[in-house]
Design a protein around this ligand. Structure first.
Ligand code: ADP
Ligand code: ZN
Length: 610
């Protein structure tokens, strides 16, 4: 075992590096500037935490997220690392003590908010504190091109002048090429070693289900995941409150979270979620940035996200501990119409165009009969080489295809007839109404009940037709015209398909029930004794509450699951367990092995097995 691996094992209790961690750490220790783009859950923090312990002096970590600072510092201290933070939440007295410690070189890691670094006297301090390394977390915040620009990050470029010889590490989970270049330039990185990890999150399973009775679908989904932590993302503040109430009324403890709640309630709800007091949070997308709760087991999108990047970031909050997690999107044509309506109301045409393009990528993800993981990765410019990802609905339960030639012909000719008769195009809904022979005021007024295509689709339901319509859109036989309304037109390709009577193969609509838990092993799964796992979780909660920290500061779920599989009853047997470093072994080892021994003692059936 080499030195770095030894440090990883003894201090943090991990037996192997995650992809690129070692390379990043080695480059940093060699004194190079580093740019690291790793997905959420990729283990960015380790990239500066471990080198901080390998070198003398102080590592300064800049992070915009105050809640996260305390959390990381708690976790580091639990692992026996001399880490501290300074931000506006501390009393003057507490801040003074910490500053005194810095002057005595007592700390190895210091977390600070960016604005603090620019206060009077700090430049002076930084020069005195033997700073050996600077890590800029969430580095994309420095770029106006990013989705999360923070003006105070701009000040960071001055750090290079204050500490010209100190190597800088910039880390982020999200950056387009443009933002990447911006980060390198603004932070004045010098010939940085650049690391870009795969964005694939193999332990996340992706599913899309047609939304028909969202509340019932949501409840079914959660009932199958009793006690597991999850987030329900909603499009509106009102929906977060309504759903949290509906879930709570059914004994599924849930709290709302949105920017409109008063600060105390908002942070109280977040805290309750982080500490596993409440398993479910119903939130707008305001929630999640800076949440590094590792054991979020599922994410449900109750409403359609605006773009795939956002969807990726939000689902990315699940399964940071590497254990399997489920991501479900409830999808309806109504949501699409709502979004198109919002887009129509935008005043800036350029903005409108971007929003349309983004929405269409999102729709493509939701509609595709192919691998969803490939869609997501493709969006980030990453090729996914495997035929079957083993972790999305379409790969797990491939959707059937059928000969949809006749249906396609009916649909396409209906659009054409309407356009010929009226000299204007109409939306999807109207086409379906004509096909199914609906008797609406519009149809009468426009005389569409006299078209030859009126009622030729009565054999299928409206829902079937809207599935067929979406398929034709996906196949490019029909397109949505840019303009005031989302009207349908037959494309060149659609017209020739009709003319030449070409065969059209359609994919059946998604009608699978709400994601069920699968039996087979999934990527990241740790099979274990679920009853013992439950007991260890209770023990962990008790220890965490006594210390006033979130449960995962004590041990993560991976650690507890491995314990509940290996049944360690002696301290030495804990050494091979992921997440048990020297400090935690000393502090918690005895009570965990005692609990396991007691469990085995009270469970003769198991002993018999051994
Ligand atoms: P990121 O900031 O990239 O989203 P974190 O730094 O929060 O990710 O790490 C996510 C989780 O992975 C944390 O619980 C962390 O302790 C854990 N972790 C980091 N490195 C390793 C490793 N080499 N082996 C196992 N777990 C790791
Ligand atoms: Zn797949």
């Amino acid at each position: 075992m080499d030195d770095l691996l030894f440090r990883l094992k003894t201090t943090f209790g991990y037996g192997a590096f995650r992809p690129l961690q070692r390379e990043i750490i080695e480059a940093s220790l060699a004194g190079r500037d580093v740019f690291a783009l790793l997905p959420t859950g990729g283990g960015k923090s380790m990239c500066f935490q471990l080198p901080a312990l390998e070198r003398p002096g102080l590592t300064v970590v800049v992070s915009p997220l105050i809640a996260l600072m305390k959390d990381q510092v708690d976790q580091l201290q639990a692992a026996g690392v001399a880490a501290t933070y300074l931000n506006s939440t501390l009393s003057a007295e507490a801040a003074r003590t910490r500053l005194a410690g810095l002057h005595r070189n007592e700390w190895r890691l210091l977390y600070v908010a960016p604005e603090r670094l620019m206060l009077d006297g700090w430049q002076e301090n930084l020069r005195k504190w033997n700073v050996q390394s600077l890590a800029i977390d969430e580095a994309h915040c420095i770029s106006e091109w990013g989705h999360d620009f923070r003006p105070e990050y701009r000040q960071l470029s001055k750090l290079r002048d204050t500490l010209p010889d100190v190597p800088v590490m910039a880390l982020t989970a999200t950056a387009t090429t443009r933002v990447r270049a911006d980060i390198v330039e603004r932070l004045k990185l010098r010939d940085p070693a650049v690391f870009v990890a795969s964005f694939n999150r193999p332990n996340l399973a992706y599913r899309v289900v047609p939304k028909d009775q969202p509340q019932r679908q949501l409840i079914d989904f959660i009932r199958r995941r009793e006690g597991e932590s999850g987030i329900v993302y909603c499009a509106s503040r009102a929906a977060t409150e309504r759903l949290a109430e509906a879930l709570s009324a059914r004994g599924l403890r849930a709290r709302p979270y949105h920017a409109g709640l008063d600060a105390a309630e908002r942070s109280g709800n977040q805290e309750a979620f982080l500490r596993d007091e409440v398993p479910i949070i119903c939130a707008t997308i305001a929630f999640g940035m800076g949440i590094n709760k590792p054991n979020v087991r599922w994410i449900v999108h109750h409403d359609l996200p605006k773009n795939l990047e956002g969807y990726y970031q939000e689902t990315g909050r699940a399964g940071r501990d590497g254990l399997p997690a489920d991501c479900l999107l409830l999808y309806s044509a109504g949501d699409v119409a709502k979004q198109l309506h919002f887009i129509d109301e935008m005043s800036d045409p350029a903005e409108q165009q971007v929003a349309r393009r983004q929405l269409s990528t999102m729709l493509h993800y939701a509609e595709t009969g192919g691998c969803r993981r490939r869609e997501v990765l493709g969006y980030f410019g990453e090729a996914f080489e495997h035929d079957n990802c083993g972790g999305c609905d379409n790969c797990l339960e491939p959707r059937e295809t059928y000969d949809g030639t006749l249906a396609a012909q009916k649909f396409l000719s209906c659009i054409i007839r309407i356009a010929q008769a009226s000299r204007f195009s109409v939306g999807m809904n109207h086409v379906i109404e004509v096909l199914t022979g609906a008797e609406t005021e519009k149809i009468r007024r426009w005389g569409h009940d006299r078209l030859t295509t009126y009622g030729i689709g009565r054999d299928l339901s409206r829902r079937d037709w809207s599935g067929i319509g979406r398929e034709l859109l996906r196949l490019g036989l029909v397109a949505v015209e840019e303009g005031e309304f989302a009207t349908l037109v037959v494309t060149e390709e659609g017209a020739s398909t009709l003319r030449e009577r070409r065969r059209v193969t359609l994919t059946k609509s998604m009608d699978v029930p709400v994601a069920t838990r699968r039996k087979s092993t999934r990527s990241g799964e740790v099979e274990c004794d679920e009853i013992l796992f439950g007991e260890l979780r209770r023990l962990r909660k008790k220890l965490a509450d006594e210390r006033g920290v979130p449960a995962y500061v004590i041990f993560g779920d991976v650690t507890l699951r491995e314990m509940a599989r290996e049944y360690p009853i002696e301290l030495e047997q804990l050494e091979g367990i992921t997440g048990v470093g020297a400090r935690k072994l000393e502090e918690y080892g005895a009570v965990f092995v005692a609990t396991i021994a007691e469990y085995l003692g009270s469970n003769s059936r198991l002993e018999f097995h051994h």
